[in-house]
Design a protein around this ligand. Structure first.
Ligand code: ZN
Length: 204
């Protein structure tokens, strides 16, 4: 059994507080893929106002600076996807209604969470792996934003948790800072994430 994981197709990343270039363009493709899958799961970046990943919460820092946290290096972002704001809502054009599960992530003030499976401390689990197993799902296809952060971490964790995982590349949009896209693609390939484009599914 397979599922489609739609990562963070939210206002914040599409013209919002952490806008990703070209992210708007993937929505029609993501919607066509949603139509093709029986099981669709959405993730939603969902931060408290005082979240540790926001540069505004660290004196003298600016966007894309990094800080060292107990769990490792953290990139600092413009404040985004704050709980209860429209920035955190799914984009109005996304076919979100079909989703059977919404995984919210990044809600712990002191831990970021790019991955839908495990938070950035690499210890706190979201419960997604257990949910998928209980639903009999062993294969996941990942789309969404951003290719080199939340999509990549989700895909690599899917493999780490024992799932067959494929990223549908033309249904993702990257941030690409300091070579992060090339690195993420190489890292995903190395652990066994597979790559296809949407036509491999939609033309079947
Ligand atoms: Zn975030």
């Amino acid at each position: 059994m397979k599922a489609l994981l739609v990562v963070d197709v939210q206002n914040g990343f599409i013209g919002g507080n952490l806008a990703v270039a070209g992210a708007n363009n993937i929505i029609p493709t993501v919607n066509r893929l949603i139509d093709e899958f029986d099981t669709v799961i959405l993730t939603q970046d969902y931060h408290p106002k005082d979240h540790i990943s926001f540069y505004q919460n660290h004196d003298g820092k600016k966007p894309f600076d990094t800080i060292e946290l107990p769990y490792g290096t953290q990139v600092l972002w413009n404040a985004h996807c704050i709980q209860g704001t429209t920035d955190a809502d799914f984009h109005a054009n996304l076919k979100a209604d079909k989703a059977e599960l919404i995984i919210r992530k990044g809600f712990h003030q002191d831990i970021d969470s790019y991955s839908a499976f495990m938070e950035a401390d690499r210890a706190t689990r979201t419960g997604l792996a257990g949910y998928l197993r209980e639903r009999g799902i062993d294969t996941v296809y990942v789309v969404g934003i951003a290719t080199d952060f939340c999509v990549a971490w989700t895909a690599m964790d899917a493999v780490a948790f024992g799932f067959d995982c494929t990223v549908i590349t033309d249904a993702t949009a990257p941030i690409d800072i300091d070579g992060s896209l090339d690195k993420a693609m190489a890292d995903m390939a190395e652990v066994g994430v597979k790559f296809i484009t949407s036509k491999d599914i939609l033309n079947q």
